[in-house]
Design a protein around this ligand. Structure first.
Ligand code: IMP
Length: 179
């Protein structure tokens, strides 16, 4: 299975490889501030890192309409505590099941600092489905699919529409345009 960051890294690496860009992971701690928007969190974490090489930080979360965006910036905390069964319980009997994943990638290379966002809209399912992906993937079904959750999709299918793939594709395109 691996950790959530193993999955995030694999997904990001795959997308950037489409642009001929190689991604390597650094095992360093990052400062993570509390803010509603993943863009602000990623940018702050990046600024706080004193590393002299092209560098990026991604921050992501699941935003549920009914709960004004919760868990949002608390997404990893909510997974560690109430987990997917707890989210399903919060949604019990609820008709408004809309949700979105947001991803923000902050990048700098000594010359430029840029941030790109990616979003995918969908809904929270009534039960957990699928063993693919990670985190909230078994309870999140994107609008742009046939009702399957990200957990029921292959990595390739998820990468076509995921928040992370969208943010990293924008970064890939921007990097290519800089050449
Ligand atoms: P992070 O702060 O960017 O590491 O992400 C916050 C939490 O959201 C993590 O615990 C992830 O498990 C969850 N999350 C972020 N992206 C995804 C995704 O693509 N699928 C499922 N869960 C995700």
């Amino acid at each position: 299975m691996g950790t959530s960051s193993d999955h995030k890294y694999a997904e990001a690496k795959e997308v950037l490889s489409e642009y001929g860009i190689e991604l390597e992971r650094l095992s360093i701690d990052r400062v993570e501030i509390q803010a509603d928007d993943p863009e602000i969190i990623a940018e702050y974490s990046l600024k706080a890192l004193d590393v002299d090489m092209p560098l990026l930080i991604e921050d992501a979360g699941l935003y549920i309409d009914k709960y004004y965006g919760f868990p949002g910036p608390y997404s990893s905390y909510a997974l560690r505590t109430i987990d997917n069964p707890g989210i399903l319980k919060l949604m019990d009997g609820e008709e408004n099941r809309g949700a979105r994943y947001l991803s923000a990638v902050a990048f700098r290379d000594g010359k430029n600092s840029v941030t790109f966002r990616g979003e995918v809209k969908g809904f929270i399912t009534h039960e957990m489905r699928g063993t693919g992906g990670f985190g909230y993937d078994p309870i999140f079904a994107p609008e742009e699919s046939d009702g399957r959750t990200f957990g029921e999709m292959s990595a390739v299918e998820k990468a076509k529409i995921s928040h992370r793939a969208r943010a990293f594709r924008k970064l890939g395109e921007w990097l290519q345009s800089q050449d």
